[in-house]
Every structure is written in structure tokens, then in C-alpha cells.
Write a protein that binds this ligand. Structure first.
Ligand SMILES: C[S@@+](CC[C@H](N)C(=O)[O-])C[C@H]1O[C@@H](n2cnc3c(N)ncnc32)[C@H](O)[C@@H]1O
Length: 472
């Protein structure tokens, strides 16, 4: 297929499978074609937009036949919002594709044999599973198809909700999101009402002016709720009006915070957060262990499923009590503390200093005395010097970000050769890459995918790597 046929349209193409990153895959005359927004079994026309040597990328111009595996999406914003791309697939199918994604990556990229590939652990809650949602205010709203079809003029109508994919400047006004339990929707809708009643301006993302900017709602399994209102104009009296109303109407709120943010970006990590009501954090609890969740702290967003994930990691680590364990990419030290009772000592390493402060505080709170925590870039902190100070690891638990482990960190593991490595990953492709780099010395004993994010293509995967006998 030459250059001149780049913009060709392929007609009546049957979608065959789900590929990496939740894309759909078809095969036309030996050429693999990737598209978005369709599911296996759909028949569609595809406009090719980019061609490579072995594959092409396109977009669907028309769906001719709907796949029998499709179901009706629950959410009225499905297809516009972009948050839950797989809501039109049954949960069983979603799990099947996630399991396959992990298996394919290990086979194709990792090129490793897995002794036991265990079935994916689905999430008990497929809706209302998130403990954190972040909404944006925008002076200009993204219109739904219904609104466009109505013929009404919606110039500069403010909105509070989610950015639509690929549009940083427009926000979909969301009245109901099924991803978080109530009162998440009620809080957001009340803030919208107060703002409209008082004519408070919404942030203009282009010109970077306007009062109301972001609203973050967080909760924990203990039933504590946090709200963080981010404003771009210093108007404490108006902030007070909004937050007093929330405090009066939502007794669940144990931490009501606000922040003044007039920077070009939305992050609050580098700002002073003000406490309006209650505590400056909410508390999470697992097996009697307490974890402080501050406004800037990372915490796994599906609480009950995080507990399951940690149990699997602990189970794979198979600790007897005399091991030196390293918890790489420890965040606020949750896994480190979760396994500490079963280890001689646990050393946690993490990039974000505030998270390490929280990890230390949490260890104190839980009277755990056999953990130590270090802040810094993994490749600079997980060094021979640290090993000399803290001891050689018998077991390493690693839970890196999507990019996986830095090559230097993998090289360090290949030097240190702990007996077991438990690799927790949110990206099967980078997990498979790193597993391959470790495969001279390690075999993959078990893998168990875990679903933390129903209706998305994201999947977590826990792999147990055991040192090969020849290295002993
Ligand atoms: C997937 S999270 C895991 C958090 C933790 N294990 C948990 O379950 O809460 C990955 C963590 O790696 C940290 N991180 C990212 N890049 C890093 C690096 N180069 N060095 C050290 N930590 C890093 C992030 O800040 C984040 O806390």
C-alpha cells in the first residue's frame, strides 16, 4: 500500500479484538488496523489516517452493524465524556480483555513463560468505586449532541465537570457521574447552584481569568469526606459562602479545604492549602492500619480493590518474618506498612517528599517500628550505599508508575538478586519489558491481574518473579 492510498476508506471492516491501550483492532489484507470507539464484532467503515510498515491507524466514519457483545451504557454522557470508554461492554467481557492484555504483553514483549497465570480479580463495585474525582470549572461548555441538535444557542455557558478528551479548553457539564458514591454528585451540583445564584465567574481557560477553578472530592472507606475548592481569585468571603453551605448541608464532610491558585496549571501540589472546616486530612483504614490521606497525597483510587491488590502482593511475597524487604515506589508507604508485621524490616523509597513525610507519620500512627523511608529518584537512592546501610534485600516489592522501572533500577536488581521480586504494575507493557530484562536471573512463577478501574482499559498486574536456581 503506497503513499497515495494513505487516505483510503476501508469499508465493512469487522473488528476482531482489543489491542494495547484499549484500542480496537481489525485486519484487512494482512494489514493490522487500529481504531478507537468500537468493540469486537462491530462492522464499520474506517478512514485511514496514518500508515506504518506493519500497521495502520484510522478512525471510524460509520458503524454499519453493532456487535452482539455490546450492552447499553449506564451513563448519559457515554461517548462524550471519555472517562468510561468500555461502559458499552459487559463487565465479564471487560475482564476477559484485561486478562488478555496482560497475557499478550508478557508473551509478546516479555517473551517469558508464566508458570501460573491466575484469573483476573474483578472489582466488587463496578460503579461508585472511586474515592477521588476532580472536576473543572470552565466558562465555556462542551455541548452534548442533544444540545447541538436542539438548535439552541449556548454561547459561553459555564460548566462544571470533566474535560472532554483532547479538549483542554472545554468542559462537559456533568450532573451525574456514576464513578463515585453520593454525596459526590450532590456536592458538585450544590456548588454549581451556589455559583450560578451568586453569579460567580467560572475559570476562563484561554485567558486564565475567572474565580472558580477546580473542585476535588475525596472519600475513604471509613466514611470520611474531603472537599478542596480551588479558586483563581483571592475572594475569601465568597469562598466562605460556598464552603459554609457545604458544611451545613453535608455532615459527611470532615475536611473542607480551599486553595488559591492563579498559576497557569491546575496542580495544587506546590500550593498552601487552607483549612476551612474540620481536619487537614481524611483517614483510611485497612486491617486496623491507619493511613492519613492529605489533599496532596496519592492514594489508590479504588479503596476496597487496593486492599485486594495489597493482599495479593503480600501473599506473593510469602514472607516468613526474617526478610529484609524493599518497597520500591512506596508512595505513602501503604504496602510497606501492610507487609511490615511479616518482615524483619521494610525499606520504602519514593520520589515525592511529602508522600515520604506521610509514610513516616503513618508508621508512627500505626506503631510500626521496623520501617524506614527515603525520598528521592529511585535510580539515585536505591544504591549500593543504601544497601550497605539498610541491608541486602531478600524480597523486593516494586510498584512503579506507568513508565515502569528505570533501566538503572532494573540493573541494580540484577546485581542484588533478591530471592523474590513482586512486581505490581499499572501498565502491562512496561511490566513485560522489565520482566524480560530480569529474565536471565528470574522466572515468572505467578501473575494475577487485578481490575481497579471498571469501564476503562486500565488494568493492574501483580507478578511474582523468583530467582532461578542456577544463581544460588
Ligand atoms: C503506582 S504509584 C505506587 C504507590 C504505592 N505503592 C501505593 O500503592 O500507594 C507509583 C509511585 O512511584 C512514585 N515515583 C514515580 N517516579 C519515581 C521515581 N523516579 N523514583 C521514585 N519514585 C517514583 C510516584 O510518586 C508514586 O508514588
Amino acid at each position: 500500500m503506497g503513499r497515495r492510498r494513505k487516505n483510503q476508506v476501508l469499508e465493512d471492516v469487522t473488528i476482531l479484538d482489543i489491542a494495547d491501550k484499549g484500542q480496537a483492532l481489525a485486519r484487512v489484507n494482512e494489514m493490522v488496523v487500529f481504531v478507537k470507539g468500537v468493540v469486537p464484532g462491530d462492522v464499520c467503515d474506517i478512514q485511514i489516517k496514518r500508515k506504518r510498515k506493519n500497521y495502520a491507524e484510522g478512525y471510524v466514519t460509520k458503524i454499519k452493524e453493532l456487535s452482539p457483545i455490546r450492552i447499553d451504557a449506564k451513563c448519559k454522557y457515554f461517548g462524550v465524556c471519555g472517562g468510561c470508554k468500555w461502559q458499552n461492554l459487559s463487565y465479564a467481557k471487560q475482564l476477559e480483555y484485561k486478562q488478555k492484555q496482560v497475557g499478550d504483553a508478557l508473551q509478546r514483549i516479555g517473551k517469558v513463560k508464566v508458570d501460573a497465570f491466575e484469573p483476573i480479580l474483578g472489582s466488587e463495585n463496578v460503579f461508585a468505586y472511586r474515592n477521588k474525582l476532580e472536576f473543572s470549572f470552565s466558562h465555556r461548555r462542551w455541548l452534548t449532541q442533544e444540545e447541538v441538535d436542539s438548535g439552541q444557542v449556548f454561547d459561553d455557558v459555564p460548566s462544571l465537570g470533566f474535560h472532554v478528551p483532547g479538549r483542554w479548553d472545554k468542559v462537559l457539564d456533568v450532573k451525574e457521574c456514576h464513578l463515585m458514591a453520593e454525596p459526590s454528585n450532590a456536592i458538585r451540583n450544590r456548588v454549581r447552584e451556589i455559583a450560578l445564584a451568586n453569579d460567580f465567574s467560572y475559570y476562563n481557560l484561554n485567558d486564565q481569568v475567572g474565580f472558580l477553578r477546580n473542585l476535588i472530592v475525596r472519600s475513604t472507606m471509613t466514611g470520611e469526606w474531603m472537599v478542596i475548592l480551588s479558586v483563581a481569585e483571592d475572594r475569601p468571603q465568597d469562598v466562605k459562602l460556598i464552603l459554609d453551605t457545604l458544611v451545613a448541608e453535608f455532615p459527611q464532610l470532615t475536611s473542607v479545604l480551599w486553595v488559591y491558585n492563579n498559576k497557569p496549571n491546575d496542580t495544587i501540589a506546590d500550593l498552601d492549602i487552607q483549612v476551612h472546616h474540620g481536619k487537614d486530612h481524611i483517614m483510611e483504614e485497612m486491617e486496623g492500619l491507619k493511613f492519613r490521606v492529605g489533599p496532596k497525597s496519592f492514594y489508590q483510587t479504588n479503596g476496597p480493590q487496593a486492599y485486594e491488590l495489597y493482599k495479593i502482593a503480600r501473599d506473593f511475597a510469602d514472607l516468613k518474618g526474617d526478610e529484609v524487604v524493599y518497597d520500591l515506589y512506596t508512595g505513602t508507604g501503604t504496602i510497606a506498612q501492610f507487609v511490615a508485621k511479616k518482615a524483619k524490616k521494610v525499606v520504602g523509597i519514593e520520589y515525592v517528599e511529602a508522600a515520604i513525610d506521610d509514610a513516616k507519620l503513618n508508621a508512627e500512627l500505626n506503631s510500626i517500628e521496623n520501617t524506614s523511608f527515603y525520598a528521592g529518584d529511585m535510580k539515585d537512592v536505591f544504591t549500593q550505599e543504601l544497601i550497605e546501610k539498610e541491608g541486602k534485600p531478600d524480597v523486593v516489592i516494586t510498584d512503579p508508575p506507568r513508565a515502569g522501572m528505570h533501566a538503572d533500577v532494573v540493573a541494580r536488581l540484577n546485581e542484588l538478586l533478591p530471592d523474590r521480586i513482586v512486581y505490581v504494575s499499572c501498565n502491562p507493557a512496561t511490566q513485560a519489558r522489565d520482566v524480560q530484562l530480569l529474565s536471565t536471573h528470574y522466572e515468572v512463577k505467578k501473575v494475577r491481574p487485578v481490575d481497579m478501574f471498571p469501564h476503562t482499559h486500565h488494568v493492574e498486574s501483580v507478578a511474582l518473579l523468583e530467582r532461578k536456581a542456577t544463581n544460588e
